[in-house]
Design a protein around this ligand. Sequence first.
Ligand SMILES: CC(C)(COP(=O)(O)OP(=O)(O)OC[C@H]1O[C@@H](n2cnc3c(N)ncnc32)[C@H](O)[C@@H]1OP(=O)(O)O)[C@@H](O)C(=O)NCCC(=O)NCCS
Length: 189
Amino acid sequence: MLEGKLTNLRSIEQTDQERFFAWVNDVEVTQHLSSVRYPVSRADEQRWIDDAPRNGFFGGVRFAVETKTGEHIGTINLHRTHVEDRKAGLGIMIGAKNHWSQGFGTDAIITLLSFAFHEMNLHRVWLQVFDDNERAIACYRHCGFRTEVRLRQEIYRAGRYCDVLTMGVLRDEFEALHGATVAAGAEAQ
Ligand SMILES: CC(C)(COP(=O)(O)OP(=O)(O)OC[C@H]1O[C@@H](n2cnc3c(N)ncnc32)[C@H](O)[C@@H]1OP(=O)(O)O)[C@@H](O)C(=O)NCCC(=O)NCCS
């Protein structure tokens, strides 16, 4: 388990399935997710869960996000992890809407970035975000991400085209904000 200040990041379990199924079928949660456009079946969600145990290694980091009281509120992952370039993409979904805008997303990301830079020895982490997802952009800026690229009218959602931003954070930029040790944001247990 990785321990942040507000959240813990743990392995995904079979017992998480019903919560994930509800979240990925909630349009309010998925409206800003490029990876979820169509309704998701229980079988599809089960396949995604079944894949998780094989993912606990450098090339496939995927965690459940929990509050400090053990409430499962979402998921966070690193994808397209590149050994030579020491870089990865980051994705996050806080599915429990009653926990939005309370700092949980920021804490989970800082915790994962600390692990990415100080345990996995990554150099750069990037992500993509729809430019109308203001909550997410504010959260990513708190974590140290900077906007690098604007892809104009990159995605079509809810009847209109939307710009997509690529944001990135380098290890030294993260350390300047959040410290240079694992203990600053996360402790692996
Ligand atoms: C995006 C997401 C990860 C952010 O996590 P979170 O826990 O809600 O965010 P945080 O509370 O850590 O940070 C959000 C910040 O945005 C601010 N915010 C909220 N709504 C905002 C808005 N409409 N405009 C500007 N800022 C806003 C909050 O006040 C907070 O800033 P503060 O800490 O200075 O007050 C989470 O809301 C989520 O998963 N949403 C659904 C799926 C999604 O959009 N995923 C990201 C896809 S790229």
